[in-house]
Design a protein around this ligand. Structure first.
Ligand code: PLP
Ligand code: ZN
Length: 433
């Protein structure tokens, strides 16, 4: 894009600086993510007075049917962002799951059907690549646990950007195919995510590429705030009492919090204390461990879990997630792989939603918190389902039934039906003894 066209499509920017979360030092709005003084993470700062003056419920509702209806709260200048229909996913009332768990007001925010690649990562990537284009990058990249590679490759294809993604070599087949189909360059690194991430930091320094979750991280992570905005808008401009969300780096969790606070600050919703509870897998639970032990530092671990999309052993935003869970009277819990599979099945059988291992983790933690009396049955509780089960089929292989193979004849069907009913009865009787 030339300088002139960029100027034409600029709108009044409401984001004004990158600001260090630790020491408050401010920086220009470039591609950088670490404070030069204290090495703290940088975050986008906004002019909230301007937002208060210009944004109303009506201006938001008049916007596009995507995350870009919240554009004044997102760190881009253009009013022609990359819009592939990302966001505004269903918030569904989960009555059958609620009854099973003993809750009264349960909702599911269903990003298993987010566009275009069926995970919440489409939100962060839409924002990061729009900003990458503004900053003049022609090649975009990421260090991914799977879903991020899918989103980056797909949205880069749509935007006509060159793309090279890095993944751990042992990812699920669906996540690998869900990247390769867009024909990016794919580097399958023989190592875990934390090693992939370290390699990518070096590449970012030497190649001048826009890594969505490294040098563009302050912009990228703002995209997750839309999961807060949407829930508030979909609840009729009200905040819930309690949210449960998965934790990998912890970024999503902290940004839902930031999103809620911003809506309160600019007067779009009434203030309310929302409890924040986080979910991890036992096989990679550095944040849950620190939380349980009352620590305010996170000790890195080596991941080993079927929840590969959450397998970050050295989580960048772990301490901030712990702080939010503590100050909101929430919790951070973890569950084992068997519980994750049971969580996937429970959500599918009660609500008709097939989620990936991250969603199974979140549902299983929800159940654990309810059983421990840590969620009040009356609380309006929102569970964030962040990814789609079709991408992690390996996880439930062998834990679901099999189709009944029959001949194309009525009597073959009748015999099979009778057999399956007998089998069901037997299983039922066995369950009773
Ligand atoms: C990346 C991811 C998360 C968590 O992301 P963080 O912001 O790093 O905590 C949750 N669910 C799914 C499905 C993901 O792909
Ligand atoms: Zn600093």
């Amino acid at each position: 894009m030339t300088q002139a066209t960029q100027l034409q499509t600029k709108s009044a920017a409401t984001f004004r600086a990158l600001k260090c979360k630790e020491c408050g030092e401010e920086y220009e709005l470039k591609a950088m993510h670490v404070c030069e003084f204290c090495f703290g993470p940088l975050e986008v700062a906004y002019d909230y007075d301007a937002l208060r003056r210009t944004v109303t419920r009506e201006t938001i509702q008049a916007g596009p049917h995507s995350i870009w209806r919240y554009r004044p709260f997102l760190p881009v200048e253009t009013n022609q962002p990359i819009d592939v229909g990302t966001g505004l996913t269903p918030l569904v009332r989960a009555n059958r799951l609620a009854r099973r768990l003993g809750l009264k007001n349960l909702y599911i925010k269903n990003d298993a059907v987010n566009m275009p690649t069926l995970s919440f990562k489409d939100r962060v990537v839409s924002v990061a690549l729009t900003r990458a284009r503004e900053l003049g990058f022609s090649t975009v990249s990421c260090a991914s646990t799977g879903n991020l590679a899918n989103s980056t490759a797909a949205i880069a294809a749509h935007a006509g950007l060159d793309c090279c993604v890095f993944i751990p070599a042992d990812l699920e087949a669906g996540k690998v195919m869900g990247t390769l189909i867009y024909s990016p360059t794919v580097m399958a690194v023989q190592g875990n995510y934390d090693q992939v991430n370290r390699l990518c930091s070096e590449v970012a320094n030497t190649h001048g590429w826009g890594f969505v979750n490294i040098n563009l991280r302050p912009y990228y992570s703002e995209g997750s705030k839309t999961l807060g905005y949407e829930v508030a808008e979909q609840l009729g401009w009200e905040l819930p009492d309690h949210i449960v969300a998965p934790l990998a780096s912890g970024s999503l969790f902290t940004k839902i919090y930031k999103g809620f606070r911003e809506f309160v600050d600019v007067g779009l919703v009434a203030d309310k204390s929302v409890r924040f509870s986080g979910a991890q897998a036992d096989g990679c639970s550095p944040i849950a461990q620190a939380y349980r032990e009352g620590r305010d530092f996170v000790t890195p671990v080596k991941p080993s879990t079927i929840a590969k999309s959450l397998a970050i052993g050295n989580p960048a935003d772990g301490v901030y997630a712990i702080d939010i869970a503590r100050k909101t009277n929430g919790n951070i819990e973890s569950v084992n792989d068997a519980e994750i599979i049971a969580g996937i099945k429970l959500l599918a059988e009660t609500e008709g939603i097939f989620t990936e291992t991250a969603g199974g983790t979140t549902v299983a933690v929800l159940q654990k918190l309810v059983e421990a009396g840590k969620i009040d049955p009356d609380e309006t509780t929102v569970v964030y389902i962040t990814g789609n089960g079709l991408k992690t089929q390996e996880a439930v292989q062998g834990y679901v039934g099999e189709p009944l193979t029959i001949e194309p004849k009525l009597d073959s069907f009748e015999r099979a039906l009778e057999r399956s009913r007998t089998l069901e009865r037997l299983e039922w009787q066995q369950a009773l003894v």
